[in-house]
Design a protein around this ligand. Structure first.
Ligand SMILES: [Zn+2]
Length: 274
């Protein structure tokens, strides 16, 4: 394997482009949006460099999941889980992983320090098939930890976990893509592009809604679903996220340090004033 292939799965990337560029052209949710929209180059950089960081992080997570399973889950439970029929396991992994995804994603929106990492992903102002790549590595690794460690710990078979990983990757690209997909009432069960576009929208009524990655019924269950008729007209967030890869990687750390300094100087003023 050459260095570029290790860093970046360009064959899958080209295949995704060959499928999604024509789909966006023919069935665009926002047909007026340009293919080379604002920020596409930045998202291409994310697609190239984030892969290696996430691969290393994911390997550590798999190891953590297996160790946690051996320590906390009785062997007969792991054996029973792993010996179920393949498709049952795939469905169970989808549900367990997405509950983990929902909870971690909601935490990223709830806690100010975590939000600074997630704001990088929400800084995208025009969504398309490349947009899913713009995720801070810490965000990506913690989210994968929440969804994958329980699945590895419970002892699901390798085939079921690999199937889930492939479904997740393609579904994540579809959710961010500029493609209209109409699935009728099923949209309250499975996440569709309009469901996730509302999550990225800069409309006040849609803030902190639609956290699920794949199963929109989780948001229905937890009271955070928002899918009115029509599509969002504005995307992004109010954070002033910088526009280059390096600066975006540093952004959350700088913001957390700044906040800490402000708190310290405020405490100093209060103590000298008293
Ligand atoms: Zn989010």
């Amino acid at each position: 394997m050459d260095a570029l292939s290790y860093l970046f799965d360009w064959k899958t990337f080209l295949l995704l482009g060959a499928i999604f560029v024509p789909l966006e052209h023919l069935f665009g949710m926002h047909p007026e949006q340009k293919h080379l929209r604002r920020g596409w180059m930045l998202d291409l950089i994310y697609a190239t460099f984030n892969g290696a960081i996430i691969k290393i992080g994911s390997m550590l997570l798999i190891y953590a999941g297996i160790v946690a399973g051996r320590l906390m889950i009785p062997e007969f439970v792991r054996a029973a889980v792993g010996s179920q029929p393949y498709w049952i396991q795939v469905i169970e992994v989808l549900v367990i992983a997405d509950i983990g995804f929902y909870l971690i994603h909601r935490a990223f929106h709830t806690f100010p320090a975590l939000w600074k990492f997630h704001a990088v992903h929400h800084s995208i102002e025009e969504l398309d098939w490349l947009a899913a790549n713009r995720v801070h590595p810490i965000d990506q690794i913690l989210t994968k930890a929440g969804s994958l460690i329980p699945c590895f710990a419970l002892g699901f078979s390798e085939a079921a976990l690999v199937t889930y990983a492939v479904i997740y990757q393609w579904h994540a690209i579809l959710l961010h893509s500029n493609v209209t997909v109409r699935i009728g009432p099923l949209r309250w069960l499975l996440a569709s592009p309009d469901f996730h576009h509302w999550h990225h929208s800069d409309h006040r009524e849609a803030y902190n809604k639609n956290y699920a990655g794949q199963l929109s019924f989780l948001d229905v269950l937890f009271g955070t679903a928002h899918m009115p008729d029509g599509q969002p007209t504005k995307y992004g967030c109010s954070d002033n996220v910088p526009e280059t890869y390096g600066k975006q990687l540093l952004y959350p750390f700088r913001q957390i340090l700044l906040r800490r300094r402000r708190r310290t100087s405020k405490a100093d003023i209060l103590s000298t004033g008293s």
